[in-house]
Ligand binder design. Structure first.
Ligand code: DAH
Length: 458
């Protein structure tokens, strides 16, 4: 009996709400860019005969259950967007894993793939990694199907077999994954995962084997009398499994020591788990402020996954899959998973830095709207240093100032003068500001600028 992952069991019990259901008859809806309509009389979603997603056509059928809101997330690739927290985390994963070096190939051991399209086949998402035909994780209630044989990947494990088949024996695969789920502070139907895989042949696994005097085949990965039990799969020798387990656990422990540098005080634990694609399997948890967080699933890869990848009986490997949002939320103190999708500059500006190893704590942004006012000025004798301008603005606007950004600067040969334009973003932590109130502060800033810097407002 396969024990279900918590994600999967949770969502099956949920009612599925299509967008627009409640207000379909009363409010004007925007036309859906994918031509997906809701028929309020039949109370059903009406799909066109084919969906066009990123310029590719997919026929729809009775399995189709995607919606425009979800489809619009495809291609956003938050993990590739500069200055996004998931981008910094991806950089840190990259920097960490590039440290492992393969002296024979004169290159890093791990290849890092972060741009595979999230539209996959059921073969990739399920069959290739031994998820049985009747497994509950395949249901429509848990996944976004484009049609019976095509879906938005539910995990990055969907690419294991293709990547091994392409010749890789150590890699990370990072990308967006999609699961039908409720939306709350820790669940969102789109999130990001990082899959890790490392394979070993006999020489790589038993480096010491050469030194066993007189019998270099003393240690083996495979044995003919090995049966499956709690510690290993049929065919695997216990010594091989234990060495791969040690490599896996060391790799993951080292990664988290790097991500959470105060790791001396970081408690962690391995919890036995069950996945269709690994055996034995574990989950890794860390303790923060007395609370345990599950960060990843991992294990010794099922040998049939390696067979599906075209390998014969000469390799054994480990795999893990971790959720990026979960880690970023802990790392930066981000309280709500929905913030990752925010275009609010109050959120994004907190992650605008080049060094991804920088330790930052997220400061909550206000729930009240921003108000943006630009200020353009011709410089007097001297050019304003932006930090002086920031000081002046903050001195006048106080806590109403959320951000100050120099958005334009140029020299006019005709006027023989420098120009600067600053964007001032106003926002209160406790109320919606009125236009009049902001204009007063803004005017005040202008007149102080004239006095203090001798500028002319444009
Ligand atoms: N694919 C699993 C999930 O999304 C996570 C996972 C578990 C990945 C174990 C692995 C693994 O590679 O070995 O829940």
């Amino acid at each position: 009996m396969i024990v279900l992952k918590r994600f999967y069991t949770r969502s099956i019990l949920r009612h599925i709400r299509y967008p627009y259901r409640t207000n379909a008859t009363t409010t004007q809806r925007k036309p859906d860019p994918f031509n997906i309509e809701y028929d309020p009389i039949k109370q059903a979603v009406i799909y066109p005969s084919e969906l066009i997603i990123q310029n590719k056509k997919y026929p729809t059928d009775s399995w189709t259950n995607v919606n425009g809101h979800i489809l619009s997330r495809i291609g956003q690739n938050l993990h590739q967007q500069k200055n996004h927290p998931l981008y910094h985390l991806t950089n840190r994963l990259r920097q960490h894993f590039y440290q492992y070096y393969d002296p024979r190939k004169l290159s890093p051991k791990f290849s890092i793939i972060d741009d595979l399209r999230p539209i996959v086949t059921t073969e990739q998402n399920f069959d290739s990694i031994c998820i049985p035909a009747d497994h509950v994780s395949r249901t429509k209630t848990m996944n976004y199907y484009i049609n019976k044989s095509t879906l938005l990947r539910a995990h990055t494990s969907a690419h294991q077999v293709d990547l091994i088949r392409s010749g890789l024996n150590a890699f990370l695969c990072i990308g967006d994954v999609y699961r039908r789920d409720s939306i709350d502070p820790t669940h969102y139907p789109v999130f990001h995962q990082c899959e890790g895989v490392q394979l070993f042949n006999k020489e790589e696994l038993f480096i010491e084997n050469r030194n066993v005097r007189g019998d270099k085949d003393y240690l083996q990965i495979f044995g003919s009398n090995e049966h499956r039990d709690a510690t290993k799969q049929e065919g695997h020798t216990l010594e091989a499994v234990k060495l791969v387990e040690a490599s896996l656990k060391k790799t993951i422990t080292d990664l988290f020591k790097n991500l959470f540098p105060n790791a001396a005080t970081l408690n962690s634990r391995w919890v036995d788990a069950t996945f269709p694609f690994t055996h034995p399997s574990w989950e890794y948890e860390i303790e923060i402020d007395g609370k345990w967080y599950e960060l990843l699933g991992c294990g010794i890869m099922e040998h049939s996954v390696l067979e599906n990848s075209g390998l014969s009986k000469d390799h054994i490997g480990w795999a893990f899959g971790l959720g990026l949002e979960r880690i970023a939320m802990i790392m930066y103190g981000i309280p709500d998973i929905r913030l990752f999708w925010s275009n609010d500059s109050g959120f994004l500006s907190q992650f605008a830095f080049d060094d991804s190893t920088r330790a930052v704590r997220y400061k909550p942004i206000s729930v009240y709207p921003q108000c943006i006012n630009d200020l353009s000025m011709w410089m007097g004798k001297t050019i304003i240093d932006p930090s002086d301008f920031h000081d002046l603005v903050r001195a006048i606007g106080g806590d109403l100032i959320e951000q100050v950004v120099l958005i334009d600067e140029f020299y006019s040969a005709k006027k023989q003068r420098h120009s600067q334009t600053y964007r001032i973003i106003y926002r209160s932590m406790d109320r919606t500001l009125t236009k009049e109130e902001i204009n007063m502060v803004h005017k005040d800033i202008e007149s102080h600028c004239k006095q203090q810097f001798g500028v002319e407002i444009r």
